[in-house]
Write a protein that binds this ligand. Structure first.
Ligand code: AMP
Ligand code: MG
Length: 483
């Protein structure tokens, strides 16, 4: 088969053997291409027009391997809901690192590609609905300008997978700047393999943060930069009301990209306690708890590379603690900057913090739609909200308006708001509806959503039906879990 333009290198395969198992995807019976991301393919330098659809289908189902790939399943551990577990790619295979025309190194990974030595009791497969869900939400996150893994293709396998009911199987092709995660480091730490840990830190610095190649303490620089990346990422999630749902340490990347779209969702009505995963019984991963959990995960990361900070354990602990303690301030700065962007506030005033807190309180009391509240403030479009009739809100809005008018440049303020307040987000009820139709072979709604979510900050008047939250009466049905 003709090469569609993949240029593979396989540097991960050269790391210590215990970090991965080399194996190929398990072939599937009757693959059918469901969706292919032509725009992304073009950005990656792939020319799919030169091959037939059959070839593409075989390629992205794992039935035919591209030249140059040295497929492997990665080993890792993770704290799942706070409990430490040995994991690894139980249903994923990394084909290798593709070098894009612009010189970027990215992992090409299949998800749902069959059993591996890390599968435990799992079948190694994935169902079509959840893979299409990852496809659409990851692409939506990209459209929202939030660091994320991307989705290149979904192929139905022609095989059924048994979950609570039998579902159609599928393979998702995921594109990521790497699949290094907190759990990868935890895996080596659990084995007390300091030599490999050192090697992995150097590898990570070289791959993601080459500015620290000559640093005397690469591990410390790595911890600092990962803290920064995550503090930025979580604030960005909260900007668009995103709830990851399973912020386990194996689902936290070292690159700072959002990864693993399982039971995630965008919050409609503002309530910081909102959870979407039906297995998250204690609200560990609730909307408002995400910064705390990020800090907790980062502490686990620091622990895992502790011996590399200093040979003296006491000193190493104190270094790690100091860095982790910075997370709160770094996050708060990012969050404040982000919220000020949403409100169009350019300069700094002492009362700004209170202005933001008061708005959150009013949104909470009125069960206001998070996205539409900011759209209303931005362009006056009238949402069906109790909030805008609340006299306390009207008072708040007057205060905000006079605060805005003290800004030097009102045009800049508007630009800032336009950049920070999406008009369209992938609302859960829309996604669910599009997915259930897509599972029956009708991708019209799915494709329409994909199109709308490409440019979520622009209102071209076409997508009025996509702007409203699910009716309040359906609110309690929003808990969702799908992987
Ligand atoms: P996730 O919740 O998707 O992050 O997955 C957690 C762990 O379970 C990872 O190690 C996955 O590889 C593994 N896993 C999830 N689903 C399956 C499956 N169907 N078969 C084997 N392993 C799985
Ligand atoms: Mg995962």
């Amino acid at each position: 088969m003709k090469n569609i333009g993949f240029k593979f290198e396989n540097t991960y395969a050269k790391l210590p053997d215990i970090l991965a198992t080399k194996l190929v995807p398990v072939p599937v019976k009757k693959p059918k291409l469901i969706i292919f991301n032509n725009r992304l393919a073009k950005d990656l330098g792939l020319d799919v027009n030169s091959v037939s659809e059959d070839d593409l289908t075989n390629l992205f189902s794992g039935n035919k391997l591209p030249t140059g790939s040295e497929p492997l399943a990665q080993a890792y551990c993770g704290h799942q809901f706070g409990h430490f577990v040995m994991l690894g790619d139980g249903r994923a295979i990394v084909l290798g690192e593709h070098l894009t025309p612009s010189g970027k190194r990215i992992d090409i990974q299949f998800k749902g590609s069959g059993r591996t030595p890390y599968s435990r009791s799992g079948d190694g497969r994935a169902a079509l609905g959840p893979m299409l869900r990852e496809y659409i939400i990851s692409e939506a996150m990209h459209g929202l300008n939030i660091p994320t893994t991307r989705s290149l293709a979904v192929v139905a396998t022609g095989e059924m997978v048994q979950r609570e009911v039998a579902l159609q199987g599928a393979v998702l092709t995921r594109v990521a700047s790497s699949h290094l995660r907190v759990g990868t480091f935890q895996y080596l730490a659990a084995r007390q393999d300091i030599k490999s840990l050192k090697e992995l830190v150097s590898y990570t610095i070289k791959r993601h943060y080459p500015e620290f190649i000559n640093s005397k303490n690469q591990a410390l620089e790595l911890l600092r930069i990962v803290i920064k990346k995550q503090a930025y990422l979580i604030a960005e999630w909260m900007r668009v009301s995103f709830i990851h749902g399973v912020m386990n340490t194996d689902n936290m990347t070292i690159s700072g990209e959002t990864i693993d779209y399982g039971p995630c969702a965008f919050m409609d009505y503002y309530d910081p306690k909102t959870v979407f995963s039906s297995i998250d019984l204690h609200g560990r991963y609730a909307f408002g708890n995400q910064p705390n959990i990020a800090e907790w995960n980062l502490a686990r990361f620091a622990e895992s590379i502790l011996p590399l900070f200093d040979l003296d354990n006491k000193k190493a602990v104190s270094i790690a603690e100091q860095e982790i303690n910075n997370f709160k301030d770094i996050f708060k700065n990012n969050f404040t900057k982000m919220m000020k962007g949403k409100l169009g506030l350019i300069s700094n005033e002492i009362e700004d913090d209170k202005l933001m807190k008061d708005l959150f309180q009013l949104m909470f009391e009125n069960e206001a739609d998070y996205t539409n509240t900011f759209v209303y403030l931005m362009n006056g479009s009238v949402p069906q909200e109790e909030l805008i009739k609340d006299k306390n809100f009207i008072e708040w809005k007057n205060k905000w308006n006079s605060r805005l008018s003290r800004n030097q440049d009102i045009i800049k303020a508007k630009e800032l708001m336009t950049k920070n307040n999406p008009i369209i987000i992938p609302r859960n009820h829309l996604i669910e509806s599009a997915l259930s139709k897509a599972e029956q072979g009708n991708l019209d709604e799915f494709n329409k959503l994909i199109l709308a979510l490409k440019d979520p900050y622009k209102d071209n008047g076409q997508y009025t039906g996509l702007k409203n939250p699910a009716p309040q009466s359906e609110k309690k049905y929003q808990t969702f879990c799908g992987t």
